[in-house]
Design a protein around this ligand. Structure first.
Ligand SMILES: [Zn+2]
Length: 235
């Protein structure tokens, strides 16, 4: 018996690609201060000026230099030409909430940034409009979990993994943390688990991300059909 396989109809792939870079922020001196400072905008420079510790300032510079450089490459512009428009996923107003990277011609990106300890993670979606959120936490003992949001409905109520999942979901949705944490719906798509986020009407998807020893990290996406690739950032 012979079986004839028909070619699948050619259609544009709807798979979303999310690239995640791990940025090592120590030694922070890896980025020249002047070069990094030059790409910051006024509000970033104000943030920097408010940091009293030299280590915090150097880390902030290293992270935002990497963030702007990566975003600029994606937008085809220089790092300092990237600007950020804020949009709130909760009240749907502009001017506050999640920062959206925008190029000079108005092209925007879905991106997310998180840092903890000696590392930062930067996630960029290749599909504008498909929001992403990323979170990394350094694993440390003696946490008071009563004050920490974790995704409800999972078998493990607490833990750094669940904490990063909750944060990644809320960052993707752009709603800001509320008293009610995200909740798993029970639906699973490969490595992705579906969840609802308070003040967001749509379903979100979250999974763990490979990260350095001693850290936990998660990424969330608006699409269950999202392929994640990881890389280490070298400036
Ligand atoms: Zn708002």
């Amino acid at each position: 018996m012979s079986v004839t396989l028909e070619a699948a109809p050619v259609s544009p792939s709807r798979t979303v690609g999310v690239r995640i870079w791990t940025v090592a922020t120590a030694p922070a001196a890896a980025v020249p201060y002047d070069e990094a400072y030059a790409v910051l905008d006024a509000s970033e420079r104000a943030r920097l000026a408010g940091m009293r510790r030299v280590g915090d300032r150097m880390r902030y510079l290293a992270i935002h230099h990497a963030f702007r450089t990566l975003l600029g490459r994606r937008l085809g512009v220089s790092a300092e030409e990237v600007s950020f428009r804020r949009h709130c996923g909760k009240c749907r107003e502009d001017g506050h909430g999640k920062p959206r990277p925008v190029g000079p011609d108005g092209t925007d990106l879905s991106a997310s940034l998180s840092h903890s300890g000696a590392y930062a993670l930067i996630a960029v979606s290749d599909t504008p409009g498909v929001e992403v959120g990323v979170d990394i936490e350094r694993v440390r003992p003696h946490m008071d979990w009563s004050a920490i949001p974790c995704v409800e409905g999972g078998r493990t109520t607490h833990g750094f993994e669940q904490w990063t999942r909750a944060e990644a979901l809320v960052k993707a949705a752009g709603t800001g943390l509320s008293r009610t944490p995200p909740r798993y719906t029970g639906r699973v798509f490969g490595a992705w688990r579906a969840a609802t986020v308070p003040h967001s009407a749509q379903e979100w998807y979250v999974r763990s991300v490979r990260c350095p020893d001693g850290y936990a990290a998660s990424v969330a996406s608006a699409s269950a059909d999202t392929r994640v690739s990881t890389a280490s950032w070298r400036s």
